[in-house]
Design a protein around this ligand. Structure first.
Ligand code: ATP
Ligand code: MG
Length: 412
């Protein structure tokens, strides 16, 4: 557990105020719930065989013999409060929270036993439109904070029946290879086998390559849900990577799960994690009601913000890479159009030709976030290729007429 000292406090305050203003721009209001809750709330919501409940929770009997715990995460308490206070049902509800969370983990870089989360929960919206919106909200927050190197990973966990079905297949597959599993995975095989999917052990990862795939257990509903979300993200110009091994540690997730990750903080690079938890409200209140949310780790974001502040200033947001006959003139034209429409954008065009390799080197040196590539293929098809330069995801190719919209989405 760490002290936050005066030297760092402005970074924490900036993070908190920017988050609160971005959230409020999407109609979220703040909720504050107690740090202590009944232990049973967490055991039932998070799941008995999760790391948190099995090993990490600070749970004890108080002087009256009541079993209480320091909250290890925010969602369970927010759901409890929303149900008890009649905030749900018949209306959508968008809430955000921040505060200290407690988990007795092995101390290591990026993990402390008291840490702080800022999170959001959206109730009463079946998705996937809200799934896309909260991802956009995350993206807008990173942009407002000046964090450029975060990448988005997404997976779908399907419905709880599909997951149960898959669980059996996975256990069958791994049981016959039990000897090859690492110790952690052996332990998880009975209690929480899906968590083996995100094992960092290379041998286990190798073993998983031929394992049954969760997606193969999906029915048409889950497939369609995921498909619609990914299509929406594609047309909104959000870059992401599908990670079939992303499972998340908590039992209550269903369908969409996602993480925002940085490569700059070592092994604990997830700064924001979330997903859909449609079964949770029903489990607590008996009435089905959809929910989705995410939580960010403040310590990790503060560290990232401090690293960002040390970096040399960049001279461009966008670097235009040009290749092929006529591209130089077309590039000058395009750049002028963009400057007229988005004057605050810092744009550098490549001058004096050069190989792709040389141009990308210049692009990198400019500090730009993205390269726009205009080569023969693009010019013939009236498209443009957008290549993330800071590990934000995969490159995409869009019609040139959509470029201004894409830039607006990322830069205004
Ligand atoms: P992991 O599998 O890495 O343990 P988790 O599933 O326990 O992750 P969540 O409960 O989803 O993580 O927490 C959301 C976010 O809160 C994390 O991505 C991280 O940024 C932050 N966080 C979680 N635990 C800690 C901790 N012990 N110390 C610092 N930050 C944490
Ligand atoms: Mg954990």
């Amino acid at each position: 557990m760490h002290d936050v000292l005066p030297n760092d406090i402005n970074v924490w305050q900036k993070l908190e105020s920017v988050a609160s203003s971005v959230f409020s721009g999407y109609g979220y209001t703040e909720i504050r719930t107690p740090v202590l809750e009944k232990t049973a709330l967490f055991v039932n919501s998070i799941g008995e065989s999760t790391d948190i409940v099995e090993k990490e929770m600070y749970a004890f009997a108080d002087r009256g013999g009541e079993h209480i715990a320091l909250r290890p995460e925010g969602t369970a308490g927010v759901v409890r409060a929303a149900i008890e206070n009649g905030l749900l049902y018949g209306q959508p509800q968008r809430l955000w929270y921040r505060g200290a969370m407690f988990r007795r983990e092995r101390p290591q870089r990026g993990r402390t036993r008291q840490f702080h989360q800022i999170g959001i929960e959206a109730f009463g919206m079946a998705g996937p439109d809200i799934d896309a919106e909260i991802i956009l909200m995350g993206q807008r927050l990173w942009q407002a904070l000046g964090l450029k190197d975060l990448r988005l990973e997404i997976n779908s966990l399907g419905s709880s029946e599909e997951r149960a079905n898959y669980r059996e297949k996975l256990v069958g597959y791994l049981q016959s290879r039990f000897d090859q599993l690492d110790e952690d995975s052996k332990r998880r095989l009975e209690r929480n086998p899906l968590r083996i999917l995100d094992s960092k052990n290379p041998k286990t990862q190798e073993l998983l390559k031929d394992a049954p795939k969760l997606k193969d257990c999906f029915g048409s509903e889950s497939l369609q849900y995921m498909g619609t979300l990914l299509e929406a993200l594609d047309s909104l110009g959000v870059s992401y990577t599908l990670n079939p091994y992303l499972v998340r540690g908590l039992d209550y997730y269903s369908q969409t799960v996602f993480e925002w990750i940085t490569d700059e903080l070592g092994a604990q690079g997830t700064v924001c994690a979330g997903g859909r938890y449609d079964g949770l409200v029903e489990q607590r209140s008996g009435k089905p009601w959809p929910g989705i949310g995410f939580a960010m780790g403040e310590e990790r974001l503060v560290e990232l913000l401090k690293l960002e502040a040390q970096k040399p200033a960049s001279s461009a947001d966008i670097y235009i890479v040009l290749q092929g006959q006529g591209s130089e003139l077309a590039g000058l034209q395009l750049a002028e159009q963009v400057r007229s429409q988005i004057p605050e954008l810092r744009l550098q065009s490549n001058m004096g030709a050069g190989s792709f390799k040389a141009q990308f080197k210049r692009a990198d040196r400019s500090g730009a976030d993205y390269a726009l590539v205009m080569a023969e293929t693009e010019m013939q098809a009236s498209t443009i290729t957008i290549k993330p330069l800071r590990g934000q995801g995969e490159q995409l190719n869009i019609p040139i007429v959509e470029l201004i919209d894409w830039l607006h989405l990322h830069y205004s």
